[in-house]
Design a protein around this ligand. Structure first.
Ligand code: NDP
Length: 458
């Protein structure tokens, strides 16, 4: 399939990207991560846009970078000491062209409207890639759950939902978890929504399985990132089995990435958090990852404790995992956690497959290093789409008052990750190399852009 006609010269594309970005930065100053995310997509899709008169006439790119709406609100709650706390809450409803807004909630002190806009923008294309009918959104608050008691987290969630509930609904906007929002928080948020509205419905995903949650939703992002790596490796006749892997983070995505890597016969050497990295050259085996699960989801502890529990492991305070030699890398913590120098170290030490569990964990310069080295590089919008895909299954399950078994969900997840990979290859193949960034962006974009053209100027 020819995507770019010969009439579209590269220099013309570059200058259109530059002028588009200049206008965007002028329009939304200071939103660095949003600019970064938009630039990556626009670089990939500009040739397609310039070659399509309907896209140009409808100004699809200009419209896609402006959210449908940005909701911003005050969250007031009382801490255990009786002091009043004030946080800022947000929901960015980016695009509902192909379905209700869908995307997680992040509770982290770094949250701003600009940061959430980058995540909401990514979400639009990621959700489109899953082939399920979901639009894109993202929300959260600058609240830090770390060090807060269970009662404080509950009161914060209740205060946050007391405003958010006005703006969401099973066919309007369906939030889920993200950094700082796991099963516990989704439970408290759902409880408050139910109390305020008197409705029991699929307004949130990632719920407990006993109140409408999907089997395998907590596992889905991590498992999906490993399935995506397996698909990439298969293009070279290889598999995950017998490989060494580094994983960053020690939250939801990281834990289930390790679990699936172990199940498929890889050896995982690292985990991390914002304090530092643990390196376990014996491998973070199934028994150890169960211990980490308990540490992180029951006791809310720090990854440094791993080195006390398993003395053969080393704790490297303030470090990221990327100087540990490995075959495969799974960045699963946060945005821009792999810089160009980290990417060079990874490649020089023999890493040849990167599957991103986190959203935009590699800087643009790091992505350039991976692509110049021609390694298998799966960007987050494709590699971590398993989470939202299973959320999509949870939505259909809730709408149809039905349940799927764990095996059924796992089969669907594998099927979806395979189809995302096929789409990336279809749009991203360049001779004997697959540019998964270009593939994911074009595949995700065309469906949304076509819907925009077909729905008129609104
Ligand atoms: P969690 O809150 O469960 O875990 C986040 C992990 O990343 C923690 O170990 C945390 O350490 C670490 N981390 C967070 N911020 C930083 C930072 N600035 N520097 C270093 N480490 C950091 O979140 P998730 O596992 O759910 O999310 C991880 C990534 O995956 C995010 O990019 C998220 O957007 C993405 N993602 C998540 C999905 C999901 O289903 N949950 C779906 C798709 C993508 P600490 O405890 O010290 O903060």
């Amino acid at each position: 399939m020819t995507i770019v006609s010969n009439s579209v010269k590269h220099s013309a594309v570059d200058s259109r990207v530059d002028s588009f970005m200049e206008a965007l930065v002028g329009q939304f100053p200071g939103e660095r991560e949003f600019h970064q995310a938009v630039q990556e997509v626009v670089k990939s899709v500009m040739p397609v846009v310039l070659d399509n008169a309907a896209y140009l006439k409808a100004k699809v790119l200009e419209r896609l970078v402006v959210p449908d709406r940005v909701i911003s609100f005050r969250v007031v709650w009382v801490d255990d000491a009786g002091d009043v706390q004030v946080n800022r809450g947000y929901r960015i409803q980016m695009s509902s062209l192909i379905g209700p807004y869908k995307g997680g909630l992040r509770f982290h002190p770094s949250v701003t409207a600009g940061l959430l806009k980058f995540l909401a923008f990514e979400q639009v294309f990621k959700n489109s890639l899953t082939t399920l009918p979901m639009g894109g959104g993202k929300g959260g608050a600058d609240f830090d759950p770390k060090g807060r008691s269970d009662a404080e987290v509950m009161r914060f969630c209740q205060a946050f939902m007391s405003e958010l509930f006005h703006h969401i609904g099973p066919d309007i906007d369906v939030p889920a978890g993200d950094i700082g929002v796991g099963g516990r928080e989704v439970g408290y948020l759902f409880g408050q929504y139910r109390k305020l509205t008197k409705r029991f419905n699929g307004v949130l995903t990632g719920k407990g399985v006993n109140f409408g949650g999907s089997q395998l939703r907590p596992e889905a992002t991590g498992y999906g990132a490993v399935y995506f790596a397996s698909e990439m490796l298969a293009t070279r006749g290889e598999s995950v089995e017998g490989k060494t892997a580094t994983v960053s983070g020690s939250g939801n995505v990281a834990i289930y990435t390790v679990e699936k890597l172990n199940a498929l016969g890889a050896k995982v050497l690292t985990l991390s958090d914002s304090g530092g990295t643990i390196v376990d050259m014996d491998g973070i085996d199934p028994e150890k990852i169960e211990w980490v699960k308990d540490l992180k989801t029951v006791r809310y502890g720090r990854i440094s404790e791993y080195a006390q529990r398993y003395p053969n492991a080393e704790y490297l305070p303030g470090e990221r995992p990327w100087r540990v030699p490995c075959d495969l890398a799974f960045p699963s913590a946060t945005q821009n956690e792999i810089e160009a120098c980290d990417a060079e170290t990874l490649v020089n030490n023999g890493c040849y497959c990167v599957s991103e569990g986190a959203n935009m964990p590699s800087t643009p310069e790091a992505v350039d290093v991976f692509q110049a080295a021609r390694i298998l590089y799966g960007p987050g919008k494709a590699a971590n789409a398993g989470g939202v895909a299973v959320s999509g299954l949870e939505m259909t399950q809730n709408a149809g008052c039905m349940r799927r078994s764990r095996d059924e969900v796992d089969t669907q997840l594998q099927r979806i990750m395979k189809s995302i990979h096929e789409n990336c290859v279809r749009y991203g193949r360049e001779n004997d190399y697959v540019d998964y960034v270009r593939g994911a962006n074009i595949a995700g974009f065309t469906k949304v852009a076509d819907a925009m053209v077909q729905q008129g100027y609104i």
